[in-house]
Design a protein around this ligand. Structure first.
Ligand code: ADP
Length: 497
C-alpha cells in the first residue's frame, strides 16, 4: 500500500501556486517551514521557523540553508540538495538517519523533515517541513532508561510479533545479545510446543489491549539460547508508540521459586507424614503396651501363685515369654523415640571434637572392656542440633564396638573433611564388615544383619542416624567389605548458613 502511494506521488507534477495562496498555507502551518532553492539558499521561512531556529527572516532569507545545519553534516548537504532537485518527490528526508538542526544560539536539536517539491515564479523550490522531535526523543530515552533499569527482563514487541527493544536483564535471562534479538520474532524465545498458538494469543491481546498477567492459570516457559527452558511469569502492558501499538512484556524467571515451592510442598508432606507416624507410634505404644502389660502381669501371677505347681520347664518357658515381652516393649519405645526425633531440636554452636570426647566418656566402661584404640582427627566447630549429633556419634561408635571382631584389637578412627559448604564426617572400624548388598537396607528401621543371639540390638540405631543426618540436610552411607571393617560417613550442613 505504502509503496504504491509513494510511486503515485512521484508521478505527480509539482503544484504551481500563487504567491498569496502559498503564503497563507505556509504561515498557517503549525510546523516550521523553510523553502530552499536549487543553490541551497533559503527563499522563505514561516513564523514557526523563526521561532524554532531563533533567526528573523532577514537573517536567513538569501543565505545558505547550511546556517541551520550542524557543521559535521554540512559537507554532504549540497550533494543531497542536487540529488533532490534531480528526482523531486514528496518524501521524508534522511530515511534511516538521525537528523539534527542548529539554532542561532548554536544549540542543536533532533528534527524530522518532510520534503515537497514546489514550482514558484522563482523556479523549482523544495519546501521543508521541520518538526522538533526533542520532546519525543527525550520521552523515548526516558522509556529506554526505565526499561533498562527494570529489575526484570523487559521485551517490547510490535503487532507482528517482532522484538523492538530488550533490556540487559533479557540478555542475561535468555543468553542472547540485544543485537541478536532485534527485529526477530518473539517465538525465538518460546519453546517449540507453545509457538503455534502464540500469534493468535498476541492478536487477541492487541484486540483488547490492557495491562494483565499472561497465561492466567497456565505454566509459562521461556527458551534460552542454549536450548534450556526457564519457567517464567509474564506481565503484559500495552504501549502506544510512534510506530503503532506495541506490548511491553515484563518477564520474571520463577524457576528457583518453583523449585522452592516444590521443596516446601515436599517438606509439608513430610511433616504431615511425620505427624501421622508420631500419632501412629503413640497409639501403637499405648495400645500395644497395654496388652503386653497384661501378659506380663499374668506371668508374674503365674510365677508367684503357681510357683509350687510349675516345674522347671514351665518356669523356663515363662521366663522366655517374659523376655520376649520385655524386648517387644523396648522395640515399641524405640519406635516412639524414632518418630519423635527432630520434633524439638535446637541449634547449638558445637565443638564436634569435644562432643565426640563426651560420647566416649559416657561409654567409658564399654570402651575399656572392648580394648579399643580411638583416633580422632580434624573436627569442625559448627552450628548443629547438638543433642541429636551426640546421639548420632553415640550410635556409630557403639556399633563399631558392638560389631568388632573377637580375635582382633579394635581400632576406631573418627575425622571430618570440609567439602564445599558441608562437612563430611567419617567413623571407621576394623570390625566384622558388611556385604555391599546390605549397604542401603541397614539404614531402615528394624533392619539387622546378625542374629540377636550374636549381637544384641533393635535395628533402630542407623535409622535414627539417617534421620538426624537428614535433619542437617545431609546424606549418610557406608563403605565396607565383609571381614575387613566398615567406614560410615555422613555430611552435615552448618545450620547457621
Ligand atoms: P542394631 O545395632 O541395633 O542392630 P543398627 O540400626 O544400628 O541396629 O544397625 C543395623 C545393622 O547394621 C546392624 O544390625 C548390623 O548388622 C549392621 N551394622 C551397623 N554398624 C555396623 C558396623 N560398624 N560393622 C558391621 N555391621 C554394622
Amino acid at each position: 500500500m505504502k509503496t504504491r502511494k509513494v510511486s503515485e506521488l512521484k508521478r505527480k507534477k509539482p503544484v504551481k501556486l500563487t504567491e498569496l495562496t502559498f503564503q497563507l498555507i505556509v504561515e498557517s502551518s503549525p510546523n516550521a517551514i523553510t523553502l530552499v532553492n536549487k543553490e541551497g539558499k533559503v527563499e522563505y521561512i514561516n513564523n514557526q521557523s523563526e521561532k524554532l531556529f531563533g533567526y528573523s527572516r532577514s537573517e536567513l532569507i538569501g543565505y545558505p540553508v547550511d546556517k541551520l545545519i550542524p557543521q559535521r553534516f554540512m559537507k554532504n548537504h549540497p550533494g543531497f540538495i542536487d540529488m533532490y532537485f534531480k528526482t523531486p518527490s514528496e518524501r521524508a528526508m534522511g530515511a534511516g538517519r538521525e537528523l539534527f538542526a542548529v539554532r542561532k544560539d548554536g544549540t542543536e536539536f533532533p528534527i524530522e523533515i518532510g520534503l515537497n517539491p514546489i514550482l514558484t515564479n522563482q523556479g523549482s523550490l523544495v519546501l521543508a517541513s521541520i518538526i522538533d522531535i526533542s520532546e519525543r526523543k527525550r520521552a523515548e530515552e526516558q522509556f529506554r532508561l526505565v526499561v533498562e533499569s527494570a529489575p526484570n527482563a523487559m521485551i517490547l514487541v510490535n503487532q507482528s510479533g517482532q522484538i523492538i527493544l530488550v533490556n540487559n536483564q533479557t540478555e542475561k535471562l535468555f543468553g542472547y545479545t540485544r543485537k541478536e534479538l532485534f527485529e526477530k520474532k518473539l517465538e525465538l524465545l518460546i519453546p517449540e510446543r507453545f509457538r503455534r498458538h502464540h500469534p493468535d494469543l498476541r492478536m487477541n491481546f492487541f484486540q483488547q489491549p490492557q495491562t494483565r498477567p499472561m497465561g492466567a492459570g497456565r505454566d509459562l516457559f521461556g527458551l534460552k539460547k542454549d536450548g534450556t527452558e526457564v519457567q517464567v511469569e509474564i506481565g503484559l502492558n500495552p504501549i502506544e508508540t510512534q510506530e503503532g501499538h506495541m506490548v511491553l512484556a515484563s518477564v520474571i524467571d520463577i524457576t528457583e521459586r518453583k523449585v522452592q515451592e516444590r521443596s516446601i510442598k515436599k517438606q509439608v508432606e513430610l511433616e504431615i507424614k511425620n505427624v501421622e507416624l508420631e500419632q501412629f507410634a503413640y497409639i501403637a505404644s499405648h495400645d500395644l503396651q497395654a496388652p503386653l502389660r497384661t501378659v506380663s502381669n499374668y506371668i508374674q501371677v503365674f510365677e508367684e501363685d503357681y510357683h509350687q505347681v510349675l516345674d522347671n520347664t514351665a518356669r523356663n518357658y515363662l521366663n522366655r515369654v517374659g523376655m520376649a515381652i520385655e524386648r517387644m516393649s523396648a522395640l515399641i519405645r524405640a519406635l516412639l523415640d524414632y518418630s519423635r526425633l527432630g520434633r524439638q531440636v535446637s541449634v547449638v554452636y558445637t565443638d564436634c571434637k569435644k562432643l565426640v570426647m563426651d560420647v566416649l566418656a559416657d561409654i567409658d566402661q564399654t570402651l575399656n572392656d572392648s580394648g579399643a584404640t580411638i583416633e580422632i582427627g580434624t573436627m569442625p566447630i559448627i552450628y548443629v542440633y547438638e543433642v541429636e549429633m551426640r546421639q548420632l556419634f553415640q550410635n556409630l561408635i557403639s556399633n563399631a564396638i558392638k560389631f568388632r571382631k573377637k580375635d582382633m584389637l579394635l581400632k576406631i578412627k573418627i575425622w571430618a573433611e570440609q567439602i564445599n559448604n558441608q562437612w563430611k564426617f567419617f567413623v571407621s572400624d576394623n570390625g566384622i564388615g558388611i556385604e555391599p548388598i546390605h549397604f542401603e537396607r541397614i539404614f531402615y528401621i528394624f533392619q539387622r544383619l546378625n542374629a540377636e543371639e550374636s549381637y544384641e540390638g533393635y535395628g533402630i540405631g542407623l535409622a535414627n542416624c539417617k534421620k538426624i543426618v537428614e535433619l542437617h540436610k545431609g546424606e549418610i552411607g557406608v563403605e565396607s567389605e565383609l571381614g575387613s571393617g566398615s567406614t560410615f560417613y555422613f555430611t552435615i550442613s552448618n545450620l547457621s548458613e
